[in-house]
Design a protein around this ligand. Sequence first.
Ligand code: ADE
Length: 247
Amino acid sequence: MHIDVVTTFPEFFASPLDCSILGRAQRSGAVTILIHDLRNYATDKHRVVDDYPYGGGAGMVMKPEPLARAVEDLLGEGELECPVILLTPQGQQFDQAKARELARQDRLILLCGHYEGVDERVRQAVVTEELSIGDYILTGGEPAALVVIDSVVRLLPGVLGNPASIDSESFANGLLEYPHYTRPAQWRGLSVPEVLLSGHHAEIRRWRYKEALRRTRERRPELLEQLELTEQARELLSEIEAEDNQD
Ligand code: ADE
């Protein structure tokens, strides 16, 4: 995969993209990531990329020409043929399903918004989708672009040491993850659930599924409502409900 990021703060990305799994993913060739300074696409000598809002009001607005020129330059001749994503709090909420969808693309262009927003015509002319990473306001689209890059790149083939962990992690099956334990078996008077020490794989699988259901029911009941529950899930949920009623 190739990812282009257009930003007014290229230096923001240096260290997070270089370390850990993202750094390794680039060195292994699983992904190439290029950071482009939006100011290089301004045409005046002060390299201005923002201006006052028509109609007045506080804050500055990102000008349309530098952003459009950046995207068109990156795409070269021809039609827009890859997702051109504007990071903005007004976008569609980013989630694991979206990360999986983006991980299937050959190329992404991420545009980091700043100031009060971007000229609306940029959306009409070059943006194919808008993503928000949550209902809060960041200083700019850069941290959001990093979140998107991180969650997409780790899904690319060969990037994670143990791809099986992707299948069992939170949201993979629409549920939160079951609780994890490692040694020691006893710690500060707290013990690891007996079944995990039993070596009985079928029972361990059942316990984990049940605890994933319990955790999701307690913490994110709306996720359960979106799922088509299996026969076993319904059975385990009734057990959980009965246990709750005993308490
Ligand atoms: N820019 C500012 N806040 C943002 C958010 N929550 N998501 C995406 N881009 C943003």
